[in-house]
Design a protein. Structure first.
Length: 428
């Protein structure tokens, strides 16, 4: 991984110089204000951290290394990993080197399987993924090197080492979880000739009539790779790693956040929502019927899964990329038709719902991803967020490798009490 490492080093050096210049000249410059609403409202909208792996523009959506979704969605996950870590796409030799490295490191340590097999049968696959990763922390090179007393400037090298070890094992781990949880537990062997995404598809062992499954999986793993620094899972992973807990601890913690229905679990919730619509209204409901169903859902105090976002204020381009893909391969299924009908109906309703309190009435990536997974034969909804997690770990790893390279300090915002606040506001 010489080339990847050299380019990560270059990126860290460049960013280090930028940060030094910013700090030297502007350390005390204010870039915004903190309001009481920020304190009480989950800090949403508060600009309080830096993340250079990716950026979410409220209107244009995700940018990775300066490339927008249409520009990077045709790439492979390996290319995206390289881009996240270095800010540039790999040349052919660097890509081959990265692929070879991942292939060499693919094997999940044997002790992980009995641990997963012994969990209660109804354990959520996200719990299994998080536990499987946590159990691999025994192999952390960072942990070992830290205990030997390596200097701070080498922390990133072993974070990168751990990251590649972890990422390489994800197809085998994720597919194994699928086989244990939903089949007879018999694992399918890794195939050295296949790439990272193809291996995942191969080891899942799903019979699908459609040969575009691997292409879809590549797209899925690319589109979910990162979503800047402040989302629940990435932020959690950053906080945990900032205490120098290794990347296995950090990734496992991040995944526990991703497992929440307001975050990554929304993709399984969306398909469930569509299924409920079909159960009640038949397989091809009219738009008016869908409209009433959505209103009823809102009136019962529930959210419409797959709609809304803390940062985005327009249709998520990842949703659009999936929609485009489906147009090419599979948009005649009843579920996909309902995805499209919901897209025609929900934004209009959310715009005016309760005086327009929903900040973003448009669909996010989760509004369609589960439907496509289902089309390819993944019928176990509980598994969907595992695939989201496999992809998102690319972002966790890149963010934290860079953070360690820049020697970023422990993350520790100061909290205050109601009394402090009331005293401060002069209202005690
Ligand atoms: N349906 C109904 N109400 C919604 C809504 C939706 N899809 N989205 C937001 N709202 C409501 C909120 O619940 C909140 O109500 P409250 O004042 O009574 O608490 C109000 O609108 C204002 O929330 P808003 O500022 O627009 O959004 P937040 O930043 O609080 O929350 C999420 C953002 C994504 C959590 C919210 O839009 C939501 O719950 N969406 C549905 C779940 C979902 O799709 N999650 C996936 C998001 C993302 F893609 C990811 O992280 O994976």
């Amino acid at each position: 991984m010489k080339k990847l490492k050299e380019n990560v080093r270059l990126r860290i050096e460049t960013q280090g110089r930028e940060i030094a210049r910013i700090l030297e000249n502007y350390s005390d410059t204010e870039i915004g204000k903190v309001t009481v609403k920020h304190l009480m409202g989950g800090m949403r909208g508060l600009q309080a951290m830096v993340c250079n792996t990716s950026y979410v523009d409220p209107q244009k959506g995700l940018f990775v290394g300066g490339f927008d979704v249409p520009a990077f969605s045709g790439k492979t996950p390996e290319e995206i990993l390289y881009l996240l870590c270095t800010g540039v796409f790999p040349k052919k030799d660097a890509l081959t080197e990265l692929r070879d490295e991942l292939a060499k490191r693919h094997e999940v340590p044997r002790h992980v399987w009995p641990l997963l097999r012994n969990l209660p049968k109804d354990t959520h696959p996200m719990t299994m993924l998080s536990m499987g990763i946590l159990a691999m922390d025994s192999q952390s090179v960072f942990k070992q090197k830290y205990s030997e007393g390596i200097p701070k400037k080498e922390h990133w090298e072993y974070t990168l080492e751990d990251s590649l070890n972890l990422i390489a094992k994800l197809p085998e781990l994720a597919a194994g979880i699928y086989r244990i949880r939903f089949f007879d537990g018999e694992l399918i062997s890794y195939a050295p000739s296949l790439d990272w995404a193809e291996n995942l598809v191969h080891m899942l062992g799903i019979e699908t009539a459609d040969s575009s499954f691997a292409d879809f999986m590549r797209l899925y793993l690319v589109l979910h790779c990162d979503h800047e620094g402040g989302n629940v899972s990435a932020f959690t992973a950053r906080v945990v790693n900032s205490a120098l807990s290794n990347i296995y601890y950090a990734a496992s913690a991040g995944l526990n956040g991703l497992a929440g229905p307001l975050h990554g679990l929304a993709n399984q919730e969306c398909l469930r929502f569509i299924q409920r619509i079909h159960d009640q209204l038949g397989k091809s409901p009219g738009k008016e019927e869908i409209r009433s169903y959505v209103l009823k859902t809102l009136d019962s105090g529930n959210v419409i899964p797959g709609y809304g976002h803390a940062v985005l204020r327009a249709t998520d381009p990842r949703f659009t990329a999936f929609l485009k893909f489906s147009g090419k391969y599979c948009d005649t299924t009843p579920y996909l038709q309902t995805v499209k009908d919901l897209y025609a109906v929900v934004p209009g309703l959310l715009k005016t719902y309760k005086g327009g309190k929903v900040a973003n009435p448009y669909p996010n990536v989760d509004a369609i991803s589960g439907t496509l997974l289902h089309y390819y034969g993944l019928e176990h909804f509980d598994y969907y967020t595992v695939l989201f997690g496999v992809s998102r770990i690319l972002g966790f790893c890149a963010q934290n490798t860079i953070a360690r390279g820049l020697n970023q300090p422990i993350i520790r915002p100061k909290s205050v009490t109601n009394k402090w606040l009331l005293d401060f506001l002069g209202k005690a």
